[in-house]
Write a protein that binds this ligand. Structure first.
Ligand code: UD1
Ligand code: CA
Length: 476
């Protein structure tokens, strides 16, 4: 979704101002509204992405409630390139929010695109249309973005004269009975000429039902000065609706989720057994002919290959899954990599950069942390593998534990190729088990085991050397 730069022509430079200082009282939350998550990331980052895709000269974010956290959320997404934060000490309304940017912008000679931090789904293409209409028709004044709603309750209404020309915006709480009938609403997205904006804001007074400085008074003031003011009536109301309550948030989440799943089905060739009971983040990728069962969550930027089967109750977060992988029921995979032809679960937990190489199997009630499981290696039952590096074609018996923590620090366990770890083996790390070795059931391995060796007992001692070639021939 590349939007061509708006400033390609000889227009004034574009600066973006995002209002994000409010608490969002209607969320009934201790957390600032713009920090609530939508599609797995804070609301404010959605707006910032849309803004960034316009390639503006600079983005200013007005912060207030939990300012540090809001700034951190934005920076986590973008670094500090072209973004700065302005503190609004007290939340005295949207007009006051914009006023905080006066020093930064009043003399900037720019076009200012004002966005609301709580209108997260707006697309950069739509913002580009708003800016273009401003340059085409209202340069020097203001263009605001409106939509028509079936139910306009709560929004500011766009009032026009009998010729359809813009007159003013009236907030719900200040509107007359007639004005309340108007279904064209102000979406809270505007384009202004910087100097005209701040001159007009100087004249805004908090004389309204809420005792706030309304940014929405500015277009009327500009129009009164004879400046051009126009409205870009956008056809897609949902895209520019704001989030004010948790009910709105859930509705948006649902919309995003349904959109992501539909796209995966239609464009991606992915089968969902029951699309209404799956969560898929907008950033997740899934290969064709993968089948996703009910109650699966694919979070963050997870990537799933082709021909996989993801069974019910599993959560996959920021992980990469290869092709033809089966994730059986009720698995949790976080920040991990699973190569082609592996099987995981049921009830397995992979985390902290665990890597399973091709054809490996991690089975029932097995937890794997920060470990590498080699090609074709199996750990089928009731096992904890932490800080371990395990070679190829090794078998880890039921109940094995890498005892990686001595109460002070974590230690590594290294297991070679073709090893057979007997059931209920305790591996006291740091410890190494050489290639082709075997541990007896119930052994407690406190010292390194050389290759081709059988150890047994508590603590484990060498029982005999194994001639691996003979063993293999013996087994056929
Ligand atoms: C605002 C508009 C309304 C419009 C609606 C669209 C005003 C007066 N009203 O109402 O016409 O229909 O958006 O969604 O502008 N904020 C600050 N500092 C403040 C106050 C607000 O930064 O002092 C921020 C909020 O964090 C939020 C945004 O501005 O991101 C909008 O504020 P909000 O209180 O949600 O305005 P609405 O009542 O929705
Ligand atoms: Ca709002």
């Amino acid at each position: 979704m590349q939007t061509p730069p708006i400033n390609a022509t000889d227009n004034s430079p574009l600066d973006v101002l995002i209002m994000a200082a409010g608490l969002g009282t209607r969320m009934r939350s201790a957390r600032a509204k713009v920090l609530h998550q939508l599609g797995g990331r804070p609301l404010i980052t959605h707006v910032c992405r849309a803004a960034r895709d316009l390639h503006p000269r600079h983005i200013y974010v007005v912060v207030g409630h939990q300012a540090e956290d809001v700034a951190a959320a934005v920076q986590a997404e973008f670094g500090d390139a072209n973004v700065s934060f302005i503190k609004q000490a007290e939340q005295r309304g949207t007009g006051d929010a914009v006023m905080t940017a006066r020093d930064a912008l009043a003399q900037a000679g720019s076009t200012v695109l004002v966005l609301s931090g709580d209108v997260p789904l707006v697309r950069s293409e739509t913002l580009a249309k708003l800016v273009r209409q401003y340059h085409a028709e209202n340069e020097g004044g203001c263009t605001l973005l409106s939509v028509r709603l079936e139910n306009p309750a709560g929004y500011g209404r766009v009032i026009r004269d009998s010729d359809g020309r813009f007159v003013k915006i009236v907030e719900q709480k200040d509107a007359s009975a007639d004005e309340l009938q108007v279904r064209e609403i102000n979406a809270g997205l505007y384009c202004f000429q910087a100097q005209a904006l701040f001159n007009a804001l100087d004249r805004v007074q908090p004389v309204n039902e809420q005792g706030e400085y309304y940014l929405t008074d500015v277009p009327e003031l500009l129009s009164g000065e004879g400046k051009p003011v126009g409205v870009y009536l956008h056809p897609d109301a949902r895209e520019v609706s704001g989030i004010n309550t948790r009910a709105d948030l859930a509705e948006f989440e649902n919309m995003l989720r349904r959109g992501a799943i539909r796209k995966l089905m239609l464009d991606g060739g992915v089968t969902f057994i029951d699309p209404s009971h799956v969560y898929v983040s907008a950033d997740a990728q899934v290969g064709r002919d993968t089948v996703i069962y009910p109650d699966v969550s694919l979070e963050g930027n997870s990537v799933i290959g082709e021909g996989c089967e993801i069974r019910s109750g599993s959560r996959i977060t920021n992980s990469r899954i290869g092709h033809r992988v089966v994730i059986k029921d009720h698995c949790v995979l976080v920040d991990s990599d699973v190569a082609d032809d592996c099987a995981v679960g049921p009830f397995a937990h992979l985390r902290m950069n665990t890597k399973m190489e091709a054809g490996a199997v991690v089975g029932n009630f097995v937890e794997v942390k920060k470990s590498r499981i080699g090609r074709g290696t199996k750990s089928m039952h009731l096992t904890y593998l932490g800080d371990a590096t395990i070679g190829e074609k090794t078998n880890i018996g039921a109940g094995t534990v890498t005892c990686n923590y001595d109460g002070k620090a974590k230690h590594q366990t290294i297991i070679g190729d073709n090893v057979r770890i007997g059931s209920d083996t305790m591996l006291i790390a740091p410890v190494t088990v050489g290639d082709n070795s075997v541990t007896g059931a119930g052994s407690v391995v406190t010292e390194d085991v050389p290759p081709d060796t059988l150890v047994v007992g508590v603590p484990a001692v060498v029982k005999k050397r194994l001639d691996s070639k003979q063993e293999k021939e013996h087994k056929g």
